[in-house]
Design a protein around this ligand. Structure first.
Ligand SMILES: NC(=O)c1ccc[n+]([C@@H]2O[C@H](COP(=O)([O-])OP(=O)(O)OC[C@H]3O[C@@H](n4cnc5c(N)ncnc54)[C@H](OP(=O)(O)O)[C@@H]3O)[C@@H](O)[C@H]2O)c1
Length: 200
């Protein structure tokens, strides 16, 4: 029953170009050679931000021709947005404009014994991490750099650092890295909390 951020990133830490393109990704490797096929069978609920959802809307035809349907997920999905976005026919989606904590509770209830997948983007995964709700990161690191783009995880996670639990090579175009999020409270945070100057 983990909450996992599974994504693909360029070597320099971007999950999409500035224009939200993912065209650079597919030449690097086949998702079916990664742990994704097993991973998705263990997902009971998923969440994404609006830019990721809008990518699905824009690429509905391509996704449908590759996966057989414009919305390839059977699990209930939560899309975070402050706007009114069009639904995709047949998709089990709830649009939410909220703090991630109550949404995570709803997702946990829906997922049952299965895992929760944070699809992206990076800041949304960061919001779950900020709330101590993220357990694992699985990153397919592509052998390409983008220079600029949408960040993998725009947070400073230093102490405790993430724990690298597995490394797997996928051809010459990708490496799959798994990190466990350490839930131990950092010494700096403990010191801050016990300091008389601490205001929060
Ligand atoms: N490489 C990969 O495997 C991979 C995986 C996933 C995504 N992607 C791509 O990466 C890009 C990600 O874009 P992104 O970084 O902009 O992130 P995103 O998370 O997809 O979208 C960010 C937007 O979501 C909404 N949002 C986020 N948190 C919210 C909250 N708590 N409440 C309400 N709304 C909230 C806000 O937009 P509004 O309020 O304006 O709607 C925010 O600007 C997309 O192009 C996507 O296709 C790549």
């Amino acid at each position: 029953m983990k909450t996992q951020y599974f994504t693909a990133s360029s070597l320099d830490g971007f999950i999409a170009t500035e224009e939200d393109s993912l065209d650079w990704l597919s030449p690097l490797g086949d998702l079916n050679d990664s742990s994704y096929p097993q991973f998705i069978t263990e997902v009971g609920a998923l969440a994404m931000g609006s830019a990721t959802y809008e990518w699905m809307l824009r690429n509905a035809e391509a996704v449908a021709s590759e996966m057989g349907t414009a919305w390839p997920y059977t699990q209930p999905a939560w899309v975070f947005t402050s706007r009114n976005l069009p639904a995709i026919e047949g998709a089990d989606i709830r649009f939410v404009n909220a703090d991630v904590r109550p949404v995570h509770s709803e997702m946990r209830a829906a997922a049952g014994a299965k895992n929760i997948w944070i699809v992206g983007g990076g800041d949304l995964a960061g919001q779950f991490h900020d709330a101590a709700l993220l357990d694992e990161l699985i990153v397919l690191v592509g052998s390409a750099t983008l220079g600029r783009g949408k960040q993998l995880l725009p947070r400073r996670i230093l102490s405790p650092a993430l724990r690298l639990t597995s490394v797997r090579q996928i051809g010459t175009g990708m490496a799959e890295l798994r990190y466990e999020v350490s839930k131990a409270v950092s010494p700096e945070l403990l010191q801050h909390r016990s300091s008389p100057m601490a205001t929060s």
